[in-house]
Design a protein around this ligand. Sequence first.
Ligand code: E4P
Length: 221
Amino acid sequence: MKLFLDTANLDEIREIRRWGVLGGLTSNPTLIAKEKPSDIETYMKELCAEVDGPVSLETTAERADEIFEQGLKLAQVAPNAVVKVAMTPDGLDAGKRLVEQGIPVNVTLTFSPAQAILAAEIGATYVSPFLGRLDDVGADGMFVLREICQIYEAQGYETLVLAASLRNPMHVVEAAKAGADVATMPFEVFTKLVKHPLTDAGLEKFLADWKKLEAQVKEGV
Ligand code: E4P
């Protein structure tokens, strides 16, 4: 399972890239708006340049023709750009046309196995089920993800399952167990993945013992 960062913040991208685990990036209009870029296209180029992997850039038009035109432009932003379209009839229409142009498409705002079947049928590169948002409304996001993975396996669909809206490390672990191809998560979840109190305590003890040893050696004890 590849790990993607869900952000539009350059410092966060650089930090996770430094760990050697950054497989790609997902952004959305809310995340980009949070960064208040003065020139949106230049900023998107910067985001793509920071990532050695696919970067999802979302369309914001509502009608199929406009989504398609916007998607063509977003695909030109960088060679690693992936065009996000929403799971709507117009999004599917435009998405299918983008796929036919050879452009990688990510069908976003997917909340059910039925919707995920549609994303696979248009030949999208990714389908993004939003787990956390399902949990937020009292549904079981992980159950939906498992069903999607099971259907894709049974049908031999090539669309990759990108588990999105992940809110905690267990979401990531369970997504991996379910067979998701990608997990995208905010910076905060990445930082929680790496943390364990026993790692901190173990490291503290190792370093203290080492310092003690060095001091003894120095004193010739
Ligand atoms: C994924 O592509 C989305 O940007 C993201 O996972 C949404 O997450 P949220 O529900 O935490 O906003």
